[in-house]
Design a protein around this ligand. Sequence first.
Ligand code: ADP
Length: 663
Amino acid sequence: METLQPKLIHTILIANRGEIASRIIRTCRRLGIRSIAVFSDADRNWPYVKDADAAVYIGESTPAKSYLNQDKIIEAALGMGADAIHPGYGFLAENASFARRCAEEGIVFIGPNPASIAAMGSKSAARELMIQHQVPVVPGYQGEDQSEETLRAEATRIGYPVLLKAVAGGGGKGMRIANSEAELSGAIHAAQSEAERAFGDGGLILEKYIASGRHIEFQIFGDRHGNIIHLNERECTIQRRYQKVMEESPSPVLTDELRAKMGLAAVKAAQALSYDNAGTVEFIFDDTTGAFYFLEVNTRLQVEHPVTEAVTGLDLVEMQIESAQGFPLKISQEEVQSNGYALECRLYAEDPENHFLPATGHIYRFEYPELSGLRMENAVQSGTEISTYYDPMIAKIIVHDKDRQLVIRKMRYVLSQMICLGTITNQYFLKKILEHPDFQSGTYNTHFIEEKLLSAETDGEKEVDLPFFAIVACLKRWAKREKSRRLLRSIPSGWRNSFYDFQQEEYQYRGEALSVRYRYLSGVFIFLVGEEEFRVSLISESDSAIEIETDGIRYNATVIQDGADIFNHHPEKGSIRLTVAERFPGKEKTDHAGGYTAPMPSTVVRIPVKEGQKVAKGDVLVVLSSMKMENSITAGEDGTVGEIYASEGASIKAGFVLLEMKK
Ligand code: ADP
């Protein structure tokens, strides 16, 4: 290994966006390093752009034209006099050719050496390397022979259920389970074609499927002098569709002995790669046997790195910069500490009540309480616009304290009090996870969300108190009307009027109508919502806040109206968007009875059908992409494709009629 003379970095260009850009900028500032942000059209007004010391426009919003465009990034770095590039995570972070290109241009790439990135780019090569270095891997197959016959024989040898993974995979794409030989052929074809589409490589590996597994990963760190340490584990078992939702440290299941054993295996894996920066060794931990197996090495800073920073007290971005400058690690394995407990929740703009479809929107209000031990890594602020182009993660909430129960209490409080109005988020879904007894006791596996929170029994549970929010909306609108009436007539203030007849207002919530009747009598509003009656006093109202009293209890809610949309939040009642129903709904809305519409703003990826084609129920009609996720619109019943309005590659709004079907 070459040992080099340390060389100070003066300017870092951050080839990324959102919260991770802001987070890297913070460390740069602390170290006296000039930071340069890059931005696309969609990100012009994002907070991270202002956070940086300077910012450069690099192109259109589509990632390929900006954040993934190596020429533009290198040009921006050279143009701004940057001597280093930090790739963050995603985009160019695990791209060995980009890391090499930086070196050729005389720019320091803040990450591991390109050879170790390349070595981990293929799941089959990674398995081979780990087997050579006696790191335990899941029993499996990673050979070149991809014939169905060989895969079948290997699956039988491994024993069902088996998991098929894309050799070039990542982000849970191209993964399929085959529970028996009968399912294998279908699973192979599905995994191959998904892998082909996502990565341009249909190669597969097979692994024994660990039915009750936990995802436990170790943070590793190396320098350019051959030192490698680990910074303990993060438990990332709370997942949905193989994607992490919450991460914690320490893991509720690791004993000191197991931790030491797994840590050693992680360091061995890193040594196999001559690893020289921040990385993560992921393991799957078999809950039933206590055995653990190598999954992969992520050759970058992870989304969940703050959990490790909280318990170790280290700044991982600073350590990355130190290693990249050529300095040796400042701490030894023995000096690594783990204090207390830390938990991270990923706040996504997505709709848990509608298959977690990503959501867009204008954030009217983003606020959270100040708590000791809370670290908010937010990509957005009040006023930020969420586009369809990028990942829907809008904030990471990290809480650190003495023990797990204390942290859970604080996190629940933050998730209740936090206001994020203007889009739909998973805020209350995260809270539901924390409130589940299995999460609280730490007894869960990777199926927890799917089995405990999304099963048939929990389906349809209302997250919000609809009558409460309908009342709040009515009073907000009433107070606004009252104010303008008073202004117009210059009547002295004070709500004097009474009305004896019921007024009626109609709202829509998720497409369902909600009717509210109310009247005002001697200072009290009588509300009728469905069968229920409520007596409510309006205590105060201002800008976006409203205070009401009912049954002797005071409630402070946040209400923001934008056109017909009313965004409401109350810590105990939830967050909700109500729409004031139009009295005379537009005709065009009902004209497309046989039409299929886009559920959200998207890009049309593919239209596998033609006009006049006969299709069966369940056939894919259109594939849409929004925020890195593909969604298929399928036929609800048998029929013939009528007129097609969508075209491949088009950017469309929510509600756009894609095509029509004839019976
Ligand atoms: P990707 O690179 O696509 O993220 P990983 O190999 O990291 O794929 O696995 C993602 C997730 O899939 C893991 O966190 C775990 O929940 C699950 N998983 C992976 N391998 C196995 C396995 N052999 N058995 C059971 N679950 C697995």
